[in-house]
Design a protein around this ligand. Sequence first.
Ligand SMILES: Nc1nc2c(ncn2[C@@H]2O[C@H](COP(=O)(O)OP(=O)(O)OP(=O)(O)O)[C@@H](O)[C@H]2O)c(=O)[nH]1
Ligand SMILES: [Mg+2]
Length: 339
Amino acid sequence: MQEAVASLRAEYGSDAIILQTTQRRRWLWGRIGPKVYEVVGAIDRDYKAPQVNSRPQAREEAPAKDNGPVRDTPKFDSSMSEAVQNLYRRLMRRDIPQDLTQSLLREVLTRLPKQDWNDEARIWERLGALVAERIVTVDPWEFSGGQRVVVLVGPTGVGKTTTIAKIAANFSLIDAKKVGLITVDTYRIAAVDQLKRYAEIIGIPLHVAFDPQELKEGIAKMKDRDLILIDTAGRSQNNFLQINELKNYLQDVDAEIHLVISATTKSTDVDEIVRAFGQVSIDRVIITKLDETTSYGVILQTCQRTRAPLSFVTTGQGVPEDIEVATGEKLAQLILGDM
Ligand SMILES: Nc1nc2c(ncn2[C@@H]2O[C@H](COP(=O)(O)OP(=O)(O)OP(=O)(O)O)[C@@H](O)[C@H]2O)c(=O)[nH]1
Ligand SMILES: [Mg+2]
């Protein structure tokens, strides 16, 4: 990696900003296969790169002073340049909520000299980098630190069970990890059967837990598993009792909680979902059904509202193939599209 960074500096000089360095492998979301080193850089004498934390975590909105010299502060009224007005409308059409649209534009404009505020292409380019920066993604689990217990929660029908099957199949069949499944979705026979069939096909154990005590017992029984995936029943964000019951199940369980949201969710519902499921403290976000929409503002909105990193995106009904670990850059491109 040092060699890759040094060669970028040697070629482009000391003004080259290192935007991103990645060390990954070629297969299974970069987890196995030959190592590849990537260094993404840029040259911009005005731009001061923000400090990026090496630990994956939700990113707070950076104050303007961290992003280079403070310039004029943009106002979103009739005095906006035509370029900014166009971009404002464009972001709104991409289902990005008004407050996020304003905060994105404000941050980008604050980083640019005022003479560039009419340069639509330049602002757009900077928007891409900013959106990529705001969507924090995490690599799939390493198991050197011990067992992982992961719970998927979310509204009904978003694809929790299917996503569990995709993750289980990838880690079990391709990565040869010991995976175990637990379901607490015992309200419908069909729900248990759905997961049972996946468990049989993949060849991994399934434990059915009818109450919080049985959930704890199930986890204890699966001590030998590298990864335990826990499926939960879909809950309506408007049903206080359902959310409270979920909270009861999870309160004494030491697990990583992933909120699953479909990319087809209405922007106005995203805030309600995050508020309701926020009661069980969300550690990661999974966005499903990217294949069912053409506007992807929900990805940015969910990551920003939860302040949690994104673990996976899913792109179809196929098990195990329609799941990816996306990068911020790729998602920014998807959200903003071409200029
Ligand atoms: N197009 C598309 N369909 C998906 C995706 N993920 C899941 N589905 C489909 O969505 C439907 C619901 O999936 P489930 O996995 O049962 O959803 P769930 O969240 O477990 O549903 P409940 O347990 O009822 O809350 C199924 O028809 C899945 O095949 C995806 O990424 N894209
Ligand atoms: Mg389900």
